[in-house]
Write a protein that binds this ligand. Structure first.
Ligand code: COA
Length: 388
């Protein structure tokens, strides 16, 4: 296996982007990453794009070729492949690009992630998202993702004494971080009372415990590490890449409070990178709902199972805590255009390791982790990035 470096980062603003088409969004993110890397189109060996449900959201399938076309590369005939794994589509695209370079097949690969969700109404967006849940056991009976994560939350509260206030503090923290991120959908701070008094969506989760519906795209450029010196002075490598799966339906899990796909994917990534959870300086985790961040910090091994709520109380995961989590604002505040999320997480970790995260910069960040979940945990990718 060859070492792989991240040499280009780019993303659009996330939000309700009526003035930009699907094609314009992916072209904008991709051209930012390509310019950042300083590569030319003819140097690109392959493209991978993560998208969950463009057919339902904007009526467009066949997105691999579309991305190459929209980027102005149709005459170069670059192999371009779409990757789908629900909200983990972006993380899967990163991993496919990574594997294609590590294997020796490609030298330079552009990864994209995109979703444009506001073109449909709220009900249709919810129905589209729930196609990633188990149709026969969950969606058929009216379950939605807020409902499924609400079940995880109530069980977590029952098992471990996690409180409604601890859930709310996750949203408060992530909005504080998002307020410092120019690309975030919600650049505003909120207080705990606002979260607790927000309209209930699925008990115990209120409106402000949920990630929003979002439009947006993100892109990165990967390069064989041995060739990356030509493009950058600051070498950032992907030192660990893990992926795991689990049952689609929550009821079939060993324990609904533990996302085993996170446990297995992170073990794979830690082992490959030869690091432990204690070595991680900053992490972007999949906080599609506030409870999801609490489960993630437990399942990634940052704290013991059941201690996630207390870690929030003890401010371990704030920007000035011992392990800053979701410095970008996370899915909660930065936004969650589902196919783009896993790629945007790598953009944030890359900015942190390059010390380009401006007001949300984590001091001395050398090792970062990105954790991307599909559905309620049936798919997970974990990537570890290090400054070399
Ligand atoms: N966080 C903060 N503000 C939000 C928000 C969120 N998650 N969702 C909506 N808002 C704001 C909107 O900006 C709007 O504000 P405005 O009136 O000032 O413009 C207001 O709340 C109402 O927005 P609206 O779009 O009507 O909300 P909604 O009731 O249709 O949808 C949710 C709210 C929470 C149901 C929706 O965002 C949702 O389904 N989120 C979960 C998405 C999901 O499941 N993703 C996959 C995860 S696995």
């Amino acid at each position: 296996m060859r070492d792989v470096a991240v040499i280009g980062l780019g993303m659009t603003k996330f939000g309700e982007l009526w003035d930009k088409s699907f094609r314009q969004l992916i072209a904008e993110a991709g051209s930012k990453a390509i310019l950042d890397a300083g590569i030319e189109g003819k140097e690109i060996d392959a493209m991978y794009v993560g998208v969950m449900s463009s057919g339902r959201f904007v009526g467009q399938e066949h997105v691999g070729a579309l991305v190459a076309d929209a980027s102005g590369f149709s005459r170069l005939h670059i192999p371009a492949t779409r990757v789908e794994g629900a909200c983990a589509s972006g993380g899967l695209a990163v991993r496919q690009g990574y594997l294609s370079i590590a294997s020796g097949m490609n030298d330079i690969v552009v990864i994209g992630g995109i979703e444009k969700m506001y073109d449909v109404g709220g009900t249709e967006a919810t129905e589209t998202l729930v196609t990633a849940a188990d149709q026969e056991w969950e969606a058929f009976f009216g379950a939605t993702f807020p409902g499924l994560y609400a079940m995880i939350a109530t069980r977590h509260m029952h098992e471990y004494g996690t409180t409604r206030e601890q859930l709310a503090q996750v949203a408060v923290k992530n909005h504080a971080n998002g307020a410092l991120n120019p690309h975030a959908q919600y650049k505003r701070e909120i207080d705990i009372e606002t979260v607790l008094n927000a309209t209930s969506v699925a008990y115990p989760l209120g409106l402000l415990d949920c990630s929003p519906v979002s439009d947006g795209a993100a892109s990165i450029v990967l390069c064989a590490a041995e060739k990356a010196k030509k493009y950058t002075d600051k070498l950032i490598k992907i030192t660990g890449s893990g992926q795991a799966s689990d049952t689609l339906a929550l009821h079939a899990r060993r324990d609904i409070c533990t996302l085993d796909s996170t446990v297995y994917a992170s073990k794979m990534a830690y082992k490959q990178a030869n690091v432990t959870p204690k070595d991680i300086d900053t992490a972007e985790v999949h906080d599609c709902f506030t409870i999801a961040e609490i489960c993630a910090i437990e399942d990634l091994g940052f704290v013991e199972k059941g201690e996630g709520g207390k870690a929030i109380d003890n401010k371990i995961t704030t920007l000035d805590g011992s392990l800053p989590v979701n410095t970008s604002g996370g899915l909660k505040s930065k936004g969650h255009p589902v196919g783009a999320t896993g790629v945007a997480q790598i953009v944030e970790i890359g900015l942190q390791l390059r010390e380009e995260a401006d007001k949300r910069q984590v001091k001395d960040a050398k090792i970062g982790l990105a954790h991307n979940i599909g559905g309620s945990g049936a798919t997970c990718t974990v990537h570890i990035l290090e400054v070399m």
